[in-house]
Design a protein around this ligand. Structure first.
Ligand SMILES: Nc1ncnc2c1ncn2[C@@H]1O[C@H](COP(=O)(O)OP(=O)(O)OP(=O)(O)O)[C@@H](O)[C@H]1O
Ligand SMILES: [Mg+2]
Length: 213
């Protein structure tokens, strides 16, 4: 049975699509059977995957891709759970029905947030959905600046809200945008970068949660 990860956060631009695509690609490079589902009508990951197909047979590890919406999401997952090792869902920037369906279908809700008050406040809706659906929730700090106190304040606020935070985080790294534009992960486009090392560490942490199941 596949481990289903929904990358969800009501706040727009927190890094959901970037993290979903990169996570799927790292797992695929490890030799796992991976499905990546874009459930966001904005279609960022769909564009990423279109670009990716130009690299097939080359740097890009193969993965199954689809962009279902609404009730097609749980239906698609019924099959993918049996056929894949990992399913990663990118979700839209709200806490409405589509996000709810994705969260309901997941084994893990990965909630990226940048260390900013807006991201922290906006995470309430996603946190509530995960709690209502009794899903395992892990917050992930993204675009963490090399310096600044905001990180510590956000970490303290999450602890107060009893939201578990992954130890691993992602820095603010230009490689994420550059790789995404080419339909690649940072591990494929810049394998020796700090961004790639951070992504591999994140995938290892997610795999450990899957093993714990
Ligand atoms: N760790 C990072 N370092 C640098 N840039 C990043 C990082 N993560 C994401 N970005 C950039 O931030 C922007 C928003 O990222 P992304 O599209 O993944 O967010 P999102 O949560 O999916 O947005 P939306 O809510 O609109 O779907 C993109 O330009 C992306 O390249
Ligand atoms: Mg997105």
């Amino acid at each position: 049975m596949a481990f289903v990860v929904a990358v969800a956060q009501q706040k727009g631009g927190s890094g959901k699509s970037t993290i979903a695509a990169n996570l799927a690609a790292v797992f695929a490079a490890d030799g796992r059977r991976v499905a990546l589902l874009d459930t966001d009508p904005q279609g960022s990951v769909t564009r990423w995957h279109e670009e990716r197909q130009r690299h097939s047979g080359g740097r890009a590890a193969p993965l199954f891709f689809d962009h279902p919406s609404g009730w097609r999401v749980p239906t698609a997952l019924d099959r993918l759970r049996r056929e894949q090792d990992v399913v990663v869902l990118d979700t839209p920037p709200h806490a409405g029905t589509d996000a709810k369906l994705a969260i309901r279908a997941s084994d893990l809700v990965l909630m990226p947030l940048q260390p900013s008050p807006a991201d922290l406040w906006a995470s309430d809706g996603t946190r509530r959905l995960a709690a209502e659906e009794r899903r395992l929730l892990r917050a992930l700090l993204n675009r963490v600046p090399a310096q600044g106190k905001m990180r510590d304040r956000v970490v303290a606020a999450l602890a107060e809200q009893e939201v578990a935070l992954l130890e691993q985080s992602l820095g603010n790294r230009a490689q994420f945008g550059a790789a995404f534009l080419d339909g690649l992960s940072v591990t494929e486009a810049a394998p020796r970068s700090a961004a790639a090392a951070e992504m591999r560490a994140l995938a290892t942490a997610v795999a450990a949660l899957a093993d714990r199941r």
